[in-house]
Design a protein around this ligand. Structure first.
Ligand code: SF4
Length: 331
């Protein structure tokens, strides 16, 4: 008969683990870990800002603050970067109060005032509009975000913002890529920087290199006063949920796969895809001169073969790891 293994404290192992979880953490260690995490978030955001020229001297950056963990993280990291950045820029937080029932309207103003951040709360009842237009049981998020975007663009003009910063992170970028691939027939995702659809604003995503789990840990450590986005009772799209679950499963079973996919998003070879708008296939001629990214015709791609071999030979994450990858890549 199985018995829980005894521990030094005389408690069964599972009770011991639960006790360890509940034990108050050493505050110095917790502070050290939070500082380390903050540095990582700052480094990744700073890198993304530099790589995509997101913020320039004299910019007035409007941070869209919903009250969720991602937008709190974005605001916090931009504020810390502002003090050390080689260029001067302003940060102003903007929240849209959509009049959802139960929205705690005092939470964000209190937080922002305490941190000394300039802010504006825009009140607009988009909630009733969405409720009126979407049939009972339908997903409201798409219309809700479109209405929200329109209001935020208008506010950006009114406050003289030169950039609009959104809190989308690396997991959002990846999930959107696969949603477009699976359901939209396009190779596209949320770009780090783009002109808004009304052509009047530049939208930036400084957290595009940051993992969601790090933002969740940071929000927890900083005790941000989170306001849930589901006050309206709507749910995330089923497809987005499924794609997110697929990515989490890959991350667990195939370490390195998501890094490879993320890196691929920034390493595109138009001549080796099939979009005639990006590459002039009609102009391809044999010139007799070597071409750097020319096709090696029937050669094996050594780098790719090596990467596949590494993934198969070093299975991490346990059961079912090596079996599916071979037919998937070689069929
Ligand atoms: S959960 Fe509600 S508030 Fe959030 S985007 Fe969807 S409809 Fe809008």
């Amino acid at each position: 008969m199985d018995h829980p293994s005894p521990t030094l404290a005389g408690l069964p192992a599972d009770a011991d683990a639960a006790a360890a979880r509940d034990r108050p953490r050493d505050p110095r260690k917790a502070e050290f870990e939070t500082n380390k995490l903050r540095k990582r978030l700052r480094r990744l955001a700073g890198q993304a800002i530099a790589d995509y020229a997101m913020i320039a001297q004299g910019d007035r950056v409007m941070v869209c603050l919903s009250g969720g963990k991602d937008s709190y993280g974005l605001l916090d990291i931009l504020l810390t970067l502002k003090d050390a950045a080689p260029v001067q820029f302003e940060v102003i937080a903007v929240n849209l109060d959509q009049k959802q029932p139960g929205f705690p309207a005092d939470v964000l103003p209190r937080y922002l005032a305490a941190r000394g951040v300039p802010f504006r709360v825009e009140e607009q009842d988009t909630y009733s509009v969405v409720k009126r237009l979407i049939p009972e049981g339908g997903t409201m998020c798409s219309l809700c975000s479109r209405l929200r975007r329109g209001v935020l663009y208008r506010v950006a003009g009114e406050i003289g913002a030169t950039k609009i910063a959104l809190g989308h992170h690396r997991d959002d970028v990846m999930a959107t890529f696969f949603l477009n691939l699976f359901f939209g027939g396009k190779l596209k995702t949320m770009p780090p920087k783009l002109a808004s659809d009304d052509g009047r604003n530049v939208v930036i995503r400084p957290l595009c290199y940051v993992r969601e789990r790090d933002l969740a840990r940071y929000a927890d450590a900083m005790a941000f006063p989170i306001i849930p986005c589901t006050l309206c009772g709507s749910q995330e799209h089923l497809q987005r949920k499924q794609v997110t679950a697929m990515l989490r499963d890959w991350e667990r079973r195939f370490p390195g796969r998501l890094d490879s996919i993320f890196s691929a998003l920034a390493t595109v070879t138009p001549s080796h895809l099939m979009d005639r708008r990006l590459f002039d296939f009609g102009a391809v001629r044999a010139t007799g001169n070597a071409v750097a990214d020319g096709d090696t015709a029937f050669d094996v791609d050594r780098a790719l073969e090596d990467a596949i071999e590494r993934a198969v030979l070093v299975p991490a994450g346990g059961e079912g790891n090596s079996a599916p990858i071979i037919p998937l890549l070689r069929d």
